[in-house]
Design a protein. Structure first.
Length: 175
């Protein structure tokens, strides 16, 4: 009986210790679990998580997600995008604490392997990165968009994540 109690307590301690692991960027879900792709994503939508394929952290405040320095999404191509192209929209926030430590930041992107113009953000605040994506970037029913910041806050003692910007929405609109 004592061995059973000891084993149960030991298992409980291991389980509790495993719950204290640091947060890691979201990894891609398996193909069997994936619902249909969306062209526009509110990052707070629980169904959107599998499309945030790299560099996004867990949902915070039921509304937004921190990114790492490099982050990627996969989006459904809007109708006729392979003929007309589309418009990429990314709603983001750069907190004052990030600007105070890092100064101005530059965000660049590439969609379907096609580089898009970068944008420099010198002040804290809410922004929308909007770029035309040419028809040549669309080679199938979906499009992977890779974003890159020129700098990010490195992991520290208080937060062990690399912190880039806060994102609330990303998507493609038809032209």
């Amino acid at each position: 009986m004592r061995k059973l109690i000891g084993a149960t307590v030991g298992l409980l301690l291991i389980t509790v210790a495993a719950c204290k692991r640091e947060q890691k960027a979201i990894e891609r879900a398996t193909v069997e679990e994936q619902p249909e792709l969306a062209a526009m994503l509110e990052v707070a939508d629980p169904k959107a998580g599998f499309q945030l394929i790299k560099g996004f952290y867990a949902l915070e405040g039921n509304a937004w997600r921190w990114t790492a320095k490099n982050f990627s999404v996969v989006l459904r191509a809007p109708a006729a995008a392979s003929q007309k192209g589309a418009t990429l929209r990314l709603k983001l926030n750069i907190p004052e604490a990030i600007v105070a430590k890092l100064g101005a930041m530059t965000l660049s992107a590439e969609a379907g392997g096609v580089p898009l113009p970068a944008e420099k953000f010198a002040q804290a605040g809410d922004y929308e990165y909007v770029r035309a994506v040419p028809a040549s970037a669309f080679k199938g029913p979906s499009l992977t968009v890779n974003f890159a910041l020129d700098k990010a806050l490195p992991p520290g003692e208080v937060d062990r994540r690399e912190l880039g910007v806060i994102v609330t929405m990303v998507g493609l609109e038809p032209k």
